[in-house]
Design a protein around this ligand. Structure first.
Ligand code: GLU
Length: 416
């Protein structure tokens, strides 16, 4: 099986958009690379008395439109190139939803599943000590990503404020509500995705209430999408789900609430009563109305794209589809809602959290939901227009929107 370099994928997407936009060579070169990269080691005292040295990264891809913004991932397969790609995708994502932010990403090579709560806290604090000089409300604002969560953000914020000697809750987002977090952030990525599915169904004239859906990846985004799909679209049958331990199917429908409870209790979707076990990869290949890839990069690629049968793909993960697969899916007439649009709900509500932290004045849940809906709906239709105007596949259209906005900001600043 071929392995993909996510940064090479991300750069190819930029090149294609730059070509359509006729960007000059200097602008194109600038947008092909991160502006700043930090790499550091973090010695952490482990529970067994020994010291383990972890490798960490923070990459600020582009801050022409505002401070860098993006999550921190704890994952054993992290590399500088995955973080570069993810930082780039954050840049185009914040631009597509028109937030006054740039893009960044961080990561630590580690296996959080093998670490204790105490070890994770020490690692989170060590990370902040390494990057404290480079982050801040007006520089770069991290958030959670794969295998990090509001508790990680709480430790990180505390470490940052201890270093600075002042309250600065806006330095990180998706914090617990009691210490500067916002209403509506936990389900924001999935909510934004389901809103794009609602818009896609209305454009395509499809009724989601009678349709089926499947979810690949059952972390925060996948779990929330399982619930919100039915809640926001007024129905739909969840027939298959997988996580890193395996896949399950039940054609009559899986109860999302019970499934989330099962996952929280057992650590996996496998073994859910009434379901049948299937290979993880086959969840991507089922005949469903909506498929939510909600795991990691490069899941849909040239080897399996021709087997995908969904009518709509809503990418809650970052970078789940490779460029060759984009062409295959497009040729098959599948309606793909690209990650930089479909998964933009999270960073949108992160931005709302920053604004609320700035003023220490917090909005109610309804206000957050309403403003999120407005932002995502508008972005969805901007991308739809670009698809028609440029006559290209949806990812390229979304990239054209995002890259054009960032390029314009770079030009206005006199960088290129
Ligand atoms: N990690 C999320 C993403 O990939 C959220 C980033 C943020 O809120 O800054 O979009």
């Amino acid at each position: 099986m071929k392995s993909y370099n996510s940064f090479a994928v991300a750069q190819q997407q930029v090149l294609e958009a730059a070509k359509l936009l006729n960007l000059d060579a200097a602008t194109c070169e600038l947008l092909l690379w991160p502006q700043r990269e930090f790499k550091f080691t973090m010695p952490v005292k482990m529970d067994n008395g020994g010291v383990q040295v972890f490798h960490g990264y923070r990459i600020q891809y582009n801050d022409a439109r505002g401070p860098a913004k993006g999550g921190i991932r704890f994952h054993p397969d992290e590399t500088v190139d995955t973080i570069r790609a993810l930082a780039g995708w954050m840049t185009w994502k914040t631009a597509v939803v028109d937030l006054p932010l740039g893009g960044g990403k961080g990561g630590v090579v580690c296996n959080p599943r093998m670490m204790s709560e105490r070890e994770l806290e020490h690692l989170a604090r060590a990370y902040v000590r390494a990057v404290a000089r480079y982050i801040g409300v007006d520089k770069d604002i991290p958030a959670p990503d794969v295998y990090t969560n509001p508790q990680t953000m709480a430790w990180m914020m505390d470490e940052f404020e201890t270093i600075m000697g002042a309250h600065q809750p806006g330095v990180l987002t998706d914090k617990p509500m009691q210490i500067g977090g916002t209403e509506g952030r936990r389900d924001a990525t999935a909510r934004g995705g389901v809103i794009t599915v609602r818009e896609a169904c209305s454009v395509l004239g499809i009724d989601p209430q009678k349709g089926t859906y499947a979810i690949q990846g059952f972390g925060n985004a996948g779990q929330r999408a399982a619930l919100l799909h039915q809640e926001l679209l007024g129905g739909g049958r969840l027939i298959a789900v997988c996580d890193s331990r395996g896949g399950i199917i039940r054609p009559e429908g899986l109860n999302p609430r019970d499934l989330v409870t099962h996952k929280l209790k057992t650590g996996s979707v496998v073994g859910f009563p009434g379901s049948k076990e299937i290979p993880r990869e086959s969840v991507l290949e089922l005949d469903v109305q909506v498929l939510y890839p909600a795991a990691l990069e490069n899941a849909i690629n040239e080897f399996n794209a021709h087997k995908v049968k969904a009518a709509i793909i809503c990418e809650l993960a970052n970078g789940p589809t490779t460029p060759d697969a984009d062409l295959i899916l497009h040729a098959k007439g599948i309606h793909l809602i690209p990650d930089i649009l479909a998964s933009a709900g999270g960073v949108t509500v992160s931005y709302f959290e920053m604004v609320q932290d700035q003023y220490s004045f917090f909005w109610d849940e309804e206000t957050v939901h309403k403003r999120l809906d407005q932002k995502i709906t508008k972005a969805y239709h901007t991308v739809e227009e670009a698809i028609k105007e440029k006559n290209v596949h949806p990812r390229l259209a979304a990239m054209v929107v995002g890259v054009a906005r960032v390029a314009e900001a770079c030009k206005l600043r006199g960088w290129v």
